[in-house]
Design a binder for this molecule. Structure first.
Ligand code: 5GP
Ligand code: ZN
Length: 113
């Protein structure tokens, strides 16, 4: 998939608007348009990685988790939050660009569906 075809590549480049809450050289995070919790942020690498199954860059992995820690602090999620990434169709991945869902602001049930 080319960057021009990938909606999250287009959000990362600024071509498509999003409610961005965090950005650095490697990572962009923005609010989900269909939020499942009071805070529902999608945290993505700027470069196209299809899913967590293809994530093989240790520095990028660290950057993504550092961003999530910072966003959780910024969003006031000290009581707890959840990080979820769906991999492939059976898990419900609907956008084929790696994204971590960062969910918080309410009590979250377990197990997920
Ligand atoms: P998945 O189902 O792949 O795990 O998660 C994809 C998420 O992306 C969904 O929660 C969906 O609401 C969100 N999403 C899809 N398209 C857009 C978009 O154009 N902008 C934003 N902000 N979120 C989107
Ligand atoms: Zn992409």
């Amino acid at each position: 998939m080319s960057a021009s075809e990938c909606i999250f590549c287009r959000i990362a480049s600024g071509e498509i608007p999003a409610d961005v809450v965090y950005r650095d050289d490697d990572v962009v995070a923005f609010r989900d348009t269909n939020p499942q919790a009071p805070t529902h942020v999608l945290v993505i690498p700027r470069r196209h990685v299809p899913s967590a199954h293809e994530l093989d860059d240790a520095a990028l992995t660290a950057a993504l988790f550092a961003a999530m820690q910072r966003i959780a602090d910024d969003q006031g999620l000290g009581d707890g939050y959840r990080v979820v990434t769906n991999v492939g169709p059976a898990a419900g991945q609907s956008v084929p660009h790696l994204h971590f869902h960062l969910l918080g602001g309410r009590t979250l049930g377990w197990p997920p569906g």
